[in-house]
Design a protein around this ligand. Structure first.
Ligand SMILES: Nc1ncnc2c1ncn2[C@@H]1O[C@H](COP(=O)(O)OP(=O)(O)OP(=O)(O)O)[C@@H](O)[C@H]1O
Ligand SMILES: [Mg+2]
Length: 284
C-alpha cells in the first residue's frame, strides 16, 4: 500500500502561557503526523491541551518552540499567515460563529473573499458545498431560521470554502443534542469517506472518537497514548473486554452461570478479544 502524503507534521511542539513562575505548559513536546484522508480524534481531560494543539496547527496561535508543517509548508515561514491559513485549514468550532445578518450561502462565501473568483462562481461553489453537507435549497435562510445542527452544517460548508488541506474541528457537536450531533457527525463521515477530506476532531464523546481512524489521547499537554480504531464490532468487544463483566468473562468466574449455547458464544468472543488484543499491539 502506498502511504498517503503527510498533511500535518508537528515537531517538538510546546506552548507555554504566562511567565515568572505562573507558567502553564499547555503543550509539552508534542510530535505526530496526519496523512492525507485520515480521520483523527483528539481526546483527553479538560485542560489537557486539545484546543491549544488545534490552534497551533491551524495557525491561530504560535508555538513557544517547535514547528508545524502543513502540506509541506513550514507555518513559521509564511509571510502572509492569514492568507495561508485561509487557503490551507478550515475551522469548525463548538459555536458555529455564523454572521447572523448573512444567509447560509453568503456565510459560506465569506472565506472566499480575496481568494479570487467572481461573485457568481463563489455563490455557485457555496451552493454546491451546502448541497454536500445536506442543506440543498436552504442557502437563502438566515442562521436564525436554521436549527442548531443545520447551522453547524453551514459552518462545515464554510470551513470547506477554499478546499483546505485539513478540517480542524473543536468539539463541533458539543452544543448539540445527540440526534443533531449524530447528523453533524454523519456529515464529517461523508466528507471523509466520499470526498477523502482530512479531518482532525477534538471531542469528549467516545462515540464520536469511535467513528474516526485514530485517537490521540492527551494529558498534561502531552500525547500519552495513540489508539487505532477498528470496526464497530471490534470496538464493542474491546469495550466489553475492559468492563467488569468482560473481566469476569476473561477470568472464567461467569462460566458456571451460562448454558452450553451461551458458553459457546462466550468462547468465540474471548477468542476474538484475544486476537484483537494482539493486533492492537502491533503498530499500524
Ligand atoms: N490564553 C491562555 N492563557 C493562559 N493559559 C491558557 C490560555 N489558553 C489555555 N490556557 C491553559 O492551557 C491549558 C490547556 O488548555 P486547552 O484550552 O488547550 O485545554 P482543552 O484540552 O482544550 O480543555 P477543554 O476540554 O476544557 O476544552 C489549560 O491549563 C488552560 O488553562
Ligand atoms: Mg478545548
Amino acid at each position: 500500500m502506498t502511504e498517503n502524503k503527510v498533511i500535518v507534521e508537528a515537531i517538538g511542539l510546546t506552548k507555554t502561557y504566562g511567565s515568572n513562575g505562573e507558567e502553564v505548559h499547555a503543550l509539552d513536546n508534542v510530535n505526530f503526523r496526519i496523512h492525507q484522508a485520515e480521520f483523527v480524534a483528539v481526546m483527553g481531560p479538560s485542560g489537557s491541551g486539545k484546543s491549544t494543539l488545534l490552534n497551533m496547527i491551524g495557525a491561530l496561535d504560535k508555538p513557544t518552540t517547535g514547528k508545524v508543517i502543513i502540506a509541506g509548508h513550514d507555518m513559521a515561514q509564511q509571510r502572509d499567515l492569514d492568507s495561508f491559513r485561509a487557503r490551507t485549514v478550515g475551522f469548525v468550532f463548538q459555536m458555529h460563529n455564523l454572521i447572523p445578518t448573512l444567509t447560509a450561502t453568503e456565510n459560506v462565501t465569506v472565506p472566499m473573499q480575496g481568494q479570487g473568483g467572481s461573485e457568481r462562481t463563489q455563490r455557485q461553489r457555496a451552493e454546491e458545498l451546502l448541497d454536500m453537507v445536506g442543506l440543498k435549497g436552504r442557502g437563502h435562510h438566515l442562521p436564525a431560521q436554521l436549527s442548531g445542527g443545520q447551522r453547524q452544517k453551514v459552518a462545515i460548508a464554510r470551513a470547506l470554502a477554499n478546499k483546505p488541506a485539513i478540517i480542524l474541528a473543536d468539539e463541533p457537536t458539543g452544543n448539540l443534542d445527540s440526534i443533531s450531533g449524530d447528523e453533524v457527525l454523519n456529515v464529517f463521515d461523508t466528507l471523509h469517506s466520499e470526498h477523502g477530506t482530512t479531518i482532525m476532531i477534538v471531542t469528549h464523546d467516545p462515540r464520536v472518537a469511535r467513528r474516526t481512524h485514530r485517537i490521540l489521547m492527551m494529558k498534561d499537554g502531552k500525547i500519552i497514548h495513540e489508539d487505532i480504531v477498528g470496526d464497530v464490532y471490534t470496538e464493542d468487544l474491546k469495550v466489553l473486554a475492559r468492563s467488569d463483566f468482560g473481566q469476569a468473562m476473561l477470568n472464567g468466574s461467569l462460566v458456571n452461570t451460562l448454558n452450553d449455547a451461551e458458553r459457546d458464544v462466550m468462547r468465540q468472543v474471548l477468542e476474538r478479544i484475544a486476537h484483537e488484543n494482539q493486533i492492537s499491539r502491533t503498530p499500524g
